[in-house]
Write a protein that binds this ligand. Sequence first.
Ligand SMILES: [Zn+2]
Length: 482
Amino acid sequence: MTDNTNIPARVSPAADGRSDGNGDYRAIAMVIDTSFPVGQQVRTTQSVLDPLTPVQLAELRAAVHAAQAAGTPRFLCAVCRRPVHLAQRPAGPDVTRNGLAAFFRHFAAAGAPPCPCRTVPGVHNVGAVKFDGLQEGLDHHTLKHALADCLRHDPRFSDVQVEKRITGTDGNRRVPDVSALFEGKRIAYDLQLATLPIATIRERDTFYTANGVHHVWLTDAADLSRLSRQGFCDLHLNMSGRIFAIDDTSIGLSIRDGQFQLQELTILPRLVKDRPIHNVWETALVGTEVILIAPHLRKAEGERRYRRELATLVSASLGAERQAICRAAAMDQGLAPVGLQWTRLARFIRGPGVDAAIASDVGKVLAFLAQVEVFVTHQSGSRPSIERELQRRLGTLLASRHGLHWVPLVLMVFSTLPAIKAAVDPATMARLNTLLISTEKVRPLLRMHAGMIAALYPWLGRRLLMKAPKFGPKMRLPASRA
Ligand SMILES: [Zn+2]
């Protein structure tokens, strides 16, 4: 394929609609999204990546790797039709942790056909930092043995081993840092002391799951400053913001009590007057009842916790305002009748004012979300009319002046509540697909209004707002490593 006239040249930073000086890291400006209907698969990189929140970016990275491992690549380069994966610009003061800093990159492949969009392997390749001898020095060694020591003091664990090889049913082998038996089940622990590539994270999780081994990722108190790096975000954002850590306190208590304990770090929302809703790390000592819980249950529990925490915080400070706005949305009355309540809520969390919200069609967004709630809570009764109203409101939103810019929100609702996607009629779905393959630049309306939407509909809060807090949690470093 040599005709690339509609593919912006790699040296033109404005080609993907960006003019903020982020340079030419997005060599691939158009991709084929194989999850879309045939004939409607070519999308701009800008529309796929720019609207992604940190949680959605972590989810998409995991999905892309899962699809690649399954032999059905999710995204292909639109020029050479070879599979591409998601990379992230290296951390820096001007680099965001959401989709704005993400880009598509060809998988490295010997003998791959030349493509004008192919960049030199290795450049920008953050997340592919490998352990090397130096990084895996004294700390890692000390910590592995401290972890094993904790497990040996707990009589419920047996056969505690450091770096014991585990052979899978397919003959493949892994060497976890520490492993042990608990109630007849093998538990493998891996200490992450550097940012691992997502392929490695995924591949280890898959291996251990396939072989009936419970796998625990944990980090070290000395490493907490790196929790906002992509490799760590891939771990904790895909686990509802939860990650285990080992520190002096957990080591001391495990040995003193004869009960294995770790610190669990959890991202939770915070609401403080005159500040946007933000995130903090909560630290809690946890035992085997949390450490050995099945991953999908741990994730679901984390989701519930974030949602409840956000709902509780909003109710405590702005309950009346939230109720009034949501009631108006349920009746599809728009924002005008609740301008006063909107203003109070917006001032509290520094959200956009009511005029800006009305100008961005936020009223139509809220009408749709309110009907989503009705649809989800009414499992019986007047289902057909509820479903028709859902379709009508979604249709109105997509047909609005800013419909294109609200498509990312619709996709977020679909991934949060798959039943909603299933309820959408073919005509509305066709309209959505048309918008998805538009080459027009998608404006960040979702990002602008994320705090307000999350405050009103906390079930979207995690995907809209969760990200690694700027500052790591405070934990005690063993004196030898301080
Ligand atoms: Zn290509």
